[in-house]
Design a protein around this ligand. Sequence first.
Ligand SMILES: Cc1ncc(COP(=O)(O)O)c(C=O)c1O
Length: 429
Amino acid sequence: MDEFHPPPLHKMNTTPPRAFQALQEAERGLQALKEAGLIRKQRLSQSACATVQMFNGRAYKTFCSNDYLGLANHPAVVQAAQDALGQFGLGSGASHLISGHHQAHERLAERLSSFQAAHIPHVQTLTFSTGYMANLGVITALASLSKVAGQATDEGTSIYSARLNHASIVDGIRLASRQSRLKLTLFDTEDLQSLETQLMADPMGHKLIVCDGVFSMDGHLSPVTALLDLAIRYDALLLIDDAHGFGVLGEKGHGLLEHLSLNSERLIYMGTLSKAAGGFGAFVCAHQSLCAWLFQKARSYIYTTAMPPSIAAAALQSLDIIEGHEGQTRRAHLNGLIACWQDTLQLKHWRKVGSTTPIQPVVVGKNELCLQLDQTLQSMGYLIPAIRPPTVPLHTARLRITFSANHSTEEVQSLAHVLMDLENQVMHP
Ligand SMILES: Cc1ncc(COP(=O)(O)O)c(C=O)c1O
């Protein structure tokens, strides 16, 4: 008798498997995004991060990186990474709590603590692999303070989060709400009176206010002094995400807390090493007891491989530059570029944001117009990607222009003129 061989599964005439429906749904979803002008794309970079960079075989003047101090390809930083690579190899091999915590991580954490020592009493630091992971870890761990061992019930945590906070904060809160009893209130940084009213009436045992230090899509500084005042009066912790202020703000580049001369053990300071420091990774500084709690509970610290030691070694070199004379010189030049931009760029229809940081967006409103400008600028040899909802609020699509200390005054001036000409052509064709 002949043996029966069933046809291969993919040739059987059966109803489409579930995955096939998922494919159709993905295609429909993509089409909807396309029609709304919300399809995202990436560009293929072929050279080091710089103010002139190769993409798809062409050189572009870039005004879009977060390499504010121009350290991403700084010879001393690259050399520090190379030396550490030669000495310690590539990977850390394990998570911090197993065997991956290298002396370079320890030195980096100590150095970062010294940066915030004047602002957070008894400060200690944890390094994370990314800022996204730092926010996830710190928010979930702080929310879990309300159900510490020994207490019969979870008292719950109230989180007050600024409406324009970064996606990683939003996601940290979403995750925390699955693990802890949590009440979320969104607030506007321009209406702290209503934030106060809500804090005053809040019966929850634990309160956490979370705010970007510098809003990543606006460049505005958040009112951290007033927020700290509220935190003190209403017994809350204050978490500041200073991803875009660290290295840029303050006399020594220590960030927003230095810039505003703040000091409190209620402050939890999160910074990234991927922006002004030019490398990769992030850190959280807090009072030693809070830091010890994060160490025990921040799952994105515990359950992931520690960053390569060479990255930590390079970050140490960046910190030397940031704190030293060269950092000061670079910040002074950057501030000169910002002033020049604010003086030169005069717009009639689009909105120039009056920012004092290297983030200098031009808000044009409609997604389609923004995409069109992105394309026109590309054809002129500029790379300034359109930023659209949901990254920014509806009807506020923008060109997120950023400066680096490696830009020259002339480059900034010519970009301002290019944009003024474009506005003229588009609005008065
Ligand atoms: C305000 C803010 N927080 C956190 C992050 C995340 O940092 P990382 O890129 O290191 O994950 C970013 C980065 O884009 C940011 O802009």
